[in-house]
Design a protein around this ligand. Structure first.
Ligand code: ZN
Length: 709
């Protein structure tokens, strides 16, 4: 039992030819195959990059779970270091296909040591004077899936929080209040309702704190009990899928969800209940039979608790759907951090051809009919996304494909030019030479030739400052790096399947959530990690892709999958990226654009099928806009996030006679995103999903005071 005071945690036809319909058509089309609980697995197959592309194998259980830093371990001016943020492991690398469960377990029953009915019942009549805007996350051990789910959610959104592991630390009063009575936290999250390591005194301290500081509590995984206004009903086990229906209260609490669409609870245990008194207990989610699955309950002393009556893991889709509404609630609608949903697919090798998977020496280069289908389809896909979405495909092109002496068929180029303004264009070099073997001058020329073409054609969104290097090459060799930077390139992509084990000096992964890397030898060059997908660069038809898929993954599944199954599997993974606010772009190739006729006799492409399956799932459930960002803007988001994590911004809400204000302190020059705050006088205001975020610029080590309107 270490008793330290204020500490913190971690911190793509009828091609022109008569396509053949999908071979192993949709028989047992496992629509929603693997679940969301799974962790991860194999990797990302052959990108056009490294041959033996390996996995990024995420762990399901963050080894680097939170550790409490000693007090005053903060950077310079911050004596109570805040934010943990970056260290919490997030929903792993997707591209990962085979489920490894993050197992849900039944909730242990512990003898109740928490007294819920204090005899001295009084309401917190006066707002507390000082409340640090930070969450206290309490768990019995650091291993509960629900603890990891809550921590991952807070970390991805960027909400400062501290952790208290009850088996390792006694909850003392100093942990909760300052010497002058200030409140160290603005909300409490219990990983589950049964913190067995707490004794009656610790529960009393927590209850006293919540009452005095007017702090709300979340039980991320709770058992139905009278303490939260419920009588227990028969529980369910992790082998059943339970649809959770939004009540009127749920539709209000989770306004970004389609109220008519059930949230499916999969692979988890649950403890539904009956509401005892609707005056004090409001269900947010319920079973088809009307049993509560999530409630907000007001205790006799006025304190409020939001309880989720089911487990979740960091990879649970249901948790990702609900987390923002829960965190918004416990924070009373005002908190450091922000969420945005991103989808940035990039198609490499546009204009040139690829050798195809399978016997023979077949090649494919996107033909004119496929280009037209692609552009038409994209317009329809974008229109299906919620209002405010900015979906557009980015095209990494090789100028050599426009040279008729090398590519005599000019019809595709004519087709691309007719629709060029409907896409965003990126430099992929003129000849697609692997840059590792080129000199600086050769590299620079490869880049410059594409720049010249883009300028003369007026390609939309093109800038010489960004590129996708061929085969993601050239990021570790002296000559190529000198040429890339001399050409004025400042942002490139890396490949998330190139882990530290494969390239210790310069891995292609995100060092932390939504953060990229400066190139180790040329720090002025920023590397944006990009996810490979299981739509392979050398595949243009379902037959090819599913054949290669099964070649790679048969052993993992113990059988061959159908094309439809692979599409479903990928869509689940893609949805997880989207719902987890992941900003990394996604990798596809020009062969994936080949138009073919599907079993439904309609035109398809591997790429369109992949994106369509994602959009179907997403729009069925969520109404938030989906943003596509240009490469330079993704780099900006990543650099901002890296700085934000390092700044450990501390925000304290001060209640005054004439209104409240926020006192903000940052360890370095930084920008604080404050969600729920609409204060244009204090910074740029951006509204997303109906919720304002004010981006407040902060100097280093000076407290900035801003009024809360
Ligand atoms: Zn390429």
């Amino acid at each position: 039992m270490i008793v330290d005071a204020a500490t913190d945690a971690p911190t793509d036809a009828p091609t022109d030819a008569p396509a053949d319909a999908p071979a192993d058509a949709p028989t047992d089309a496992a629509t929603d195959a693997p679940t969301d609980a799974p962790a991860d697995a194999p990797a990302d197959a052959p990108t056009d990059a490294p041959a033996d592309a390996p996995t990024d194998a995420p762990t399901d259980a963050p080894a680097d779970a939170p550790t409490d830093a000693p007090p005053d371990a903060g950077t310079g001016c911050l004596t109570t270091p805040s934010a943990p943020i970056a260290q919490f492991s997030v929903a792993g690398e997707i591209g990962a296909l085979v489920p490894t469960k993050v197992s849900s377990e039944p909730l242990a029953e512990v003898s109740p040591t928490r007294e819920m009915w204090p005899t001295w019942i009084t309401l917190a009549a006066v707002a507390p004077a000082e409340v640090e805007q930070r969450i206290l996350l309490i768990a019995s051990t650091a291993n509960e899936p629900s603890f990891l789910a809550a921590g991952s959610a807070l970390a991805r959104i960027g909400v400062p929080f501290a952790t208290l592991i009850a088996t390792q630390e006694t909850l003392v009063a100093d942990r909760l209040r300052t010497a002058t009575g200030g409140c160290r936290f603005s909300g409490v999250i219990l990983a589950n309702s049964e913190i067995g390591a707490f004794d009656a005194n610790e529960w009393q301290r927590l209850d006293d704190f919540e009452l005095a500081c007017d702090v709300r509590e979340v039980e991320w995984f709770a058992r139905a009990a009278s303490a939260i206004g419920l009588t227990a009903q028969p529980p369910f086990a992790s082998n059943v899928t339970v649809p959770a229906l939004l009540t009127a209260g749920g539709a209000t609490r989770f306004p970004y969800l389609r109220a008519s669409a059930p949230v499916e609870l999969r692979d988890v245990y649950g403890y539904p209940g009956h509401v005892i008194d609707p005056a004090v207990t409001t269900p947010l989610l319920q079973t088809a039979a009307g049993d509560a699955l999530a409630v907000v309950h007001t205790r006799p002393d006025g304190r409020q608790v939001l309880a989720l009556l089911f487990d979740s893991s960091p990879l649970s889709r249901h948790a990702m759907l609900l987390e923002f509404g829960v965190i918004d609630w416990v924070s009373r609608g005002l908190f450091l951090g922000a969420r945005r949903l991103y989808l940035t697919p990039q198609i490499d090798d546009v204009f040139i051809s690829a050798d195809l998977w399978g016997p023979g020496n077949a090649t494919y280069r996107t033909d004119a009919a496929s280009v037209q289908f692609f552009a038409d389809w994209q317009g329809e896909a974008a229109a299906r996304l919620p209002t405010g979405s900015t979906f557009v495909t980015q095209l990494a092109f090789n100028g050599v494909g426009t040279d008729p002496t090398q590519y005599p068929d000019t019809a595709p180029i004519t087709a691309w030019r007719a629709r060029q303004n409907e896409f965003v264009w990126i430099n992929h070099t003129w000849n697609h030479e692997n840059l590792d073997g080129l000199s600086a001058a050769q590299t620079q020329q490869e880049i410059a030739l594409d720049c010249t073409l883009a300028a003369s054609w007026g390609l939309e969104g093109f800038t010489c400052a960004t590129m996708v290097t061929p085969d993601v090459s050239g990021l570790d060799t002296t000559g190529s790096l000198a040429g890339i930077t001399a050409a004025g390139v400042r942002v490139v992509v890396s490949d998330t399947s190139i882990t530290a084990a494969l390239n210790p000096d310069n891995p292609g992964t995100n060092p932390s959530f939504n953060v990229g890397r400066a190139n180790p030898w040329h720090p002025e060059l920023y590397q944006v990690p990009r996810h490979p997908t299981n739509v392979f660069y050398n595949c243009s038809t379902p037959e090819q892709n599913v054949n290669q898929f099964n070649f790679l993954y048969h052993d993992e599944f113990g059988r061959d999958l159908t094309y439809d199954e692979t599409v479903a599997l990928e869509a689940d993974v893609a949805l997880r990226y989207l719902l987890s606010y992941d900003v990394d772009p996604l990798m596809f190739h020009q062969a994936n654009l080949r138009m073919f006729t599907g079993a439904d006799l309609a035109p398809h492409s591997l790429y369109a099928d992949w994106i369509d399956a994602l959009i179907d799932r997403y729009t069925a459930q969520v109404t938030l806009p989906v943003w596509t960002l240009r490469l330079e803007d993704i780099a900006g988001v990543m650099q901002d996030r890296g700085a934000y994590d390092a700044c450990q911004i501390r925000a304290v809400k001060i209640a005054g006679a004439t209104g409240s204000h926020l006192e903000l302190t940052s360890a370095a020059v930084c920008v604080a995103p404050i969600t729920g705050l609409n204060a244009p006088a204090s910074g740029r205001v951006e509204v997303y999903g109906g919720v304002p975020t004010t981006f407040v610029p902060l100097p280093a080590c000076q407290t900035v005071s801003i009024p809360i309107p």
